[in-house]
Design a protein around this ligand. Structure first.
Ligand SMILES: [Zn+2]
Length: 499
């Protein structure tokens, strides 16, 4: 039996712009995610429009399924609507709560600052959303066909609300050769992984593999890496903070506003709580405790809004996090935490930290240092050798984050500086800060986790399509899958443009 046709409109030779189309027949298809391209994956022409355009026909598209609210999975939704899509948008309950805010932010940056237009757009989006419980089977309405399609969302453990998607196509075929006109039905199951979390990620329960499928479209961001274990990365994080306390420097952590920021807060609260407890046991007073002195600054209105939402959605937290709450702890709301929203306070804080020696941890977006407030901190503090820069997430090729990581201390990075005339000019910044990478906080499954996702399926797929990874990562994972399952067709699809 022929496998279902799948087209990929992004995230094929990199990790951004996720958008995949599952074709049921010539009249019907669905989209899984519709994300923005970032870094080197933006169009070669570099034009702003090309980066986000919908370059495929939408006539057959009956619905959009959103796996999670990261911008590289949802950022092209405003363009999708502008291109004429008006079908339902299926997502998890938590995603339905988070998505309007993410898109509001995206529209403010990319489209318009007109509040009336933005609120009209958001109302429109809210009306299109169809929130589903995890595991709830839902039929999707198709046009002019005998075939049927149902989907199910399962927890992906990546960020709050994240899901992988199980699609079940029921194909009805009339056998015209027999006079009896008998109908045969064929079932096909296709799984789209979205982004998968690591099993020991803070806050969220680990994803469980599907029972079976015919085709699996799976991410491969860390297809060539094995993460440090949790204890090891906690120890590493603690060491970096201790250094900051001692030399009175700033630890800068560029982070996605959604997911990574809240995970880091959760881990920092734990490090502070455990170390304060140890010091108290040794008979030291709270005044002698450096862990009480350090300030943790989250400088991002979007991140702060999401931390608040994460607190409200504690029903979706894992058992460990629930236990801490029962113990009277506040994993995402502790006394050392300072939130900054106003732009003027942000600018004051950058200046203040540059001038005064005060140990602080600053978490700010964007995660790959392409834009946002983190850029101002980097410009001010990259040259200071007391500064530590800590990467916890994936840095795509062509982003300043990747350059800082690659060149390291003694190297350089370019940022745009705006001149009084309003024009911007590329300026070289020397890196005197210490650069660290903590891969364990990536919120993505590593190679072992990705292999286990398939290993733990009762019935293995006939085909695995590797997406959402750089070439090296995809090739490494392809090799591993082929070695373990020679009978499976493991392929690296190319981007398809059907005009
Ligand atoms: Zn993601």
């Amino acid at each position: 039996m022929a496998l279902a046709k799948i087209s990929h409109h992004g995230a094929v030779n990199g990790v951004t712009g996720s958008c995949h189309e599952l074709h049921i027949d010539s009249n019907n298809s669905i989209l899984i995610d519709c994300g923005l391209f970032q870094g080197a994956e933006t169009s070669p022409s570099g034009s702003h429009h090309d980066q986000m355009a919908i370059d495929f026909p939408l006539k057959a598209v009956q619905a959009l399924i959103v796996t999670h609210v990261h911008i590289d999975h949802v950022g092209r939704i405003p363009y999708l609507l502008a291109a004429g899509f008006d079908g339902p948008i299926f997502c998890s309950q938590a995603t339905a709560i988070l998505l309007p805010d993410v898109l509001e932010d995206a529209v403010k940056i990319g489209f318009t600052k007109n509040r009336h237009l933005i609120s009209k757009f958001i109302q429109h989006i809210k009306a299109m959303l169809v929130p589903l419980d995890y595991g709830q089977k839902t039929s999707i309405e198709l046009k002019n066909t005998q075939h049927k399609l149902a989907i199910k969302l399962k927890p992906a453990g990546h960020i709050l609300g994240s899901a992988y998607v199980e699609c079940e196509i029921l194909q009805s075929e009339t056998d015209s050769k027999t006079l009896a006109q008998t109908q045969t039905q064929r079932k096909q199951k296709i799984v789209f992984s979205g982004d998968l979390g690591a099993p020991y990620a803070p806050l969220l329960p680990a994803p469980k593999s599907p029972y079976s499928c015919d085709q699996l479209v799976i991410e491969s961001t860390y297809g060539d890496k094995i993460h440090a274990n949790r204890r090891h990365r906690q120890a590493h994080l603690k060491k970096i903070i201790e250094r900051a306390v001692k030399n009175r420097g700033v630890v800068l952590i560029p982070a996605f506003s959604i997911g990574r920021t809240q995970e880091l807060l959760y881990e920092l609260e734990n490090i502070i709580a455990l170390n304060s407890r140890t010091l108290l046991k040794k008979g030291k007073s709270i005044i002698e405790n450096p862990w009480e002195e350090i300030e943790i600054i989250v400088d991002s209105p979007l991140a702060n809004e999401f931390t608040e939402k994460y607190r409200q959605l504690s029903d979706f937290w894992d058992a460990e996090a629930q236990k801490r709450v029962r113990e009277g702890r506040h994993p995402l709301d502790f006394s050392q935490l300072i939130t900054i929203n106003e732009h003027s306070t942000h600018m004051d804080t950058v200046q203040y930290l540059q001038k005064t020696a005060r140990p602080a941890i600053v978490i700010s977006a964007s995660g790959m240092c392409t834009s946002g407030r983190i850029v101002n901190y980097l410009k001010a503090l990259l040259g200071d050798e007391r500064t530590d820069i800590l990467f916890t997430g994936y840095q795509a090729q062509g982003t300043p984050g990747r350059d800082i990581q690659k060149h390291g201390k003694g190297g350089y990075v370019f940022f745009d500086d705006s001149e009084p005339s309003g024009r911007s000019k590329r300026k070289k910044y020397t890196i005197n800060a210490n650069i660290h990478t903590l891969s364990g906080y990536s919120a993505h499954a590593d190679q072992t986790n990705l292999l286990n996702f398939v290993k733990r399926m009762r019935h293995k797929p006939k085909q695995i399509r590797l997406i959402h990874g750089d070439d090296e990562a995809r090739q490494a994972l392809q090799g591993k899958f082929k070695e373990a399952y020679p009978e499976i067709d493991v392929m690296m699809p190319a981007k398809e443009n059907i005009k």
